[in-house]
Design a protein around this ligand. Structure first.
Ligand code: AMP
Ligand code: MG
Length: 327
């Protein structure tokens, strides 16, 4: 069975194609970019409309398939920006209707975890999901993927992108900050905000804005200090989740998981407690259609079905509201 997955929760329009043995057939990503400022929801949606046909075509070409070879259409139904989600759902419904293909809508956050289980040796990991809009510590307990900790305000990627904007270094901020951070030497004291299992970035961003304005610090040192602080916060709550759940695998996912320093800190923490840390290749860390296709297949094989009339979106549906039928 071959599934085509459509990702459109935020800035990325992605098409992935995978078969039921987990063989990756295509993964094409087209991102909406801005010169300044963050995501304007209707502009991102316009981008998705513009690139939709050519991205689907490119993925099919890369897989050496035609749409007739596709047995299942899967799309991100939750969570995300409504105007963006709607484009993916509409593309999915059109394909399903035209080609009489079954359709399934899935949860984007869970897809990050399931693609990690497919592509690494992790069997039952705690997922540190660090992306643009989301920052959550997720693990499987009692037939659900439970959220053990999360950001109380903005996602870590949005924090990095806002910080980069203040530094006037460009967008997306994460990789640029990583580059400057590698040249930083001096640790500058910053607020470290962990509240139980949750974290928060808002105060830290305000503090950094003040430090940039003061002109007393080198850009490299600020980037270095910001990374060390926010990643330590993530690693602390991840470690507590591992201990609480009695699990010994940590999986990194989301665009921020591309960061080598975060990967290194995760490895070190895991090593110290006899656990193992896993990360997938970058093209599967960032938002992508492949993970959507894979979770669609898992759910379909477990018997989940959606009528095309009910194949809608649910922008606010949370990870822990989904009943896990496939494990
Ligand atoms: P996603 O929403 O999962 O597609 O991830 C996008 C986010 O990942 C953006 O906020 C980027 O700034 C961030 N990002 C991408 N690469 C890196 C990196 N190497 N280090 C830190 N953040 C990154
Ligand atoms: Mg994501």
């Amino acid at each position: 069975m071959i599934c085509l997955g459509i990702e459109s929760t935020a800035h990325t329009f992605g098409i992935g194609i995978i078969d039921s043995n987990g063989k990756v057939l295509a993964n094409v990503i087209d991102g909406y970019k801005t010169k300044s400022g963050g995501i304007v929801p209707n502009k991102a949606a316009e981008h998705h409309v513009d690139v939709c046909d050519k991205t689907i075509k490119k993925a099919l070409d890369n897989a050496n398939l035609t749409i007739k070879d596709i047995d299942l259409i899967s799309y991100s139904a939750s969570p995300g920006i409504g105007t963006c989600l709607r484009i993916g759902a509409m593309a999915a419904r059109s394909l399903a209707l035209l080609h009489n293909t079954p359709i399934i809508g899935i949860n984007h956050c869970i897809a990050h975890l399931e693609i990690g289980r497919l592509l690494t040796n992790a069997k039952d990991p705690v997922l540190l999901y660090a992306s643009g809009a989301n920052t959550q510590i997720i693990a499987y307990e009692g037939e659900k993927y439970r959220v053990f900790g999360e950001t109380l305000d903005i996602g870590i990627g949005n924090f990095l992108d806002s910080f980069a904007r203040e530094l006037e270094v460009g967008f997306p901020g994460g990789p640029l900050i990583e580059k400057y951070a590698s040249k930083g030497k001096k640790y500058i004291e910053l607020p470290y905000v962990v509240k139980g299992m949750d974290i928060s970035f808002g105060g830290l961003l305000t503090n950094l804005k003040q430090k940039i304005k003061s002109g007393n610090h080198k850009k490299e040192d600020l980037c270095y200090s910001a990374q060390e602080t926010i990643f330590a916060m993530l690693i602390e709550v991840s470690e507590r989740a591992l201990a609480h759940c009695g699990k010994n695998e940590l999986l990194l996912g989301g665009g921020v998981a591309c960061n080598k320093r975060l990967q290194e800190m995760a490895e070190q923490m895991c090593k110290e407690r006899g656990a193992k840390s896993f990360a997938v290749p970058n093209q599967f860390n960032v938002d992508n259609g492949l993970m959507i296709a894979w979770l669609g297949l898992l759910q379909y094989k477990a018997g989940d079905r959606v009528n095309i009339e009910k194949a809608g979106i649910d922008p606010y549906r949370r990870t822990d509201q989904i009943k896990v039928t496939w494990r």
